[in-house]
Design a protein around this ligand. Structure first.
Ligand SMILES: CC(C)(COP(=O)(O)OP(=O)(O)OC[C@H]1O[C@@H](n2cnc3c(N)ncnc32)[C@H](O)[C@@H]1OP(=O)(O)O)[C@@H](O)C(=O)NCCC(=O)NCCS
Length: 174
């Protein structure tokens, strides 16, 4: 059975790695070392606690028969310093930013799970009263934390600024 679970301090260990210790969006500059650092996991937990306290749910895991197959990370862009490095930014302050939407296993991709995750997120953010959802989607490849441009265009997002291979895309919710 397919389920999408909100993650909090108590369920943090259900987040699959590398997502549990990956700090790409939470940092600036060189990012590979944060993936390897053992302290990455503690740092990610600290980030999660802070965002849960100040904003609310910001990480979700998609499970198929209890096994984690997908990961989402989202919040207002102010919680993701890395956005400052993207030429097509900045994201809108009133929007929620998708920092990661990821199906871990290549064999599980292209089966509609990513769309189900995105629709689940759209519903949650509508209920929270957000005016829009934004992300940087990659034009030439799917190898990008939030996924490829076509995935978002297929789900009614529009390009709002394009300065390079990572345009800022937006779905208006109001
Ligand atoms: C992007 C991703 C979340 C999409 O989820 P998914 O379950 O595979 O996508 P869906 O089956 O719901 O696809 C819906 C639509 O999105 C588009 N799409 C999905 N994957 C795509 C891709 N790789 N390239 C172009 N379009 C794509 C298609 O239009 C598709 O519709 P179609 O099947 O009718 O053609 C998933 O494929 C993924 O995680 N890819 C890896 C991204 C990555 O490497 N990220 C790095 C993480 S740090």
């Amino acid at each position: 059975m397919f389920k999408i679970r909100k993650i909090d301090e108590g369920t943090f260990l259900k987040v699959p790695n590398p997502c549990r210790r990956r700090l790409y969006w939470q940092t600036l500059g060189e990012s590979d070392s944060s993936l390897l650092m053992e302290s990455g996991e503690e740092e990610k937990m600290r980030w999660l606690k802070r965002v849960l306290r100040e904003f609310g749910s910001c990480v979700k895991v998609a499970c198929l028969d209890d096994a984690a197959i997908g990961f989402m990370q989202y919040a207002p862009a102010v919680y993701f310093p890395r956005v400052r490095e993207y030429a097509s930014g900045p994201p809108n302050e009133g929007a929620a930013f998708i920092a990661c939407l990821y199906i871990l296993d290549g064999n599980r991709r292209g089966k509609g799970f990513g769309t189900l995750m995105l629709k689940n997120l759209i519903e949650e953010l509508k209920e929270k009263g957000f005016m829009a959802i934004e992300t940087f989607a990659k034009i030439s490849s799917e190898n990008n934390p939030s996924g490829p441009l076509n995935f978002y265009l297929k789900n009614d997002f529009k390009i709002v600024n394009r300065k390079d291979d990572f345009p800022l895309v937006r779905l208006n919710l109001k």
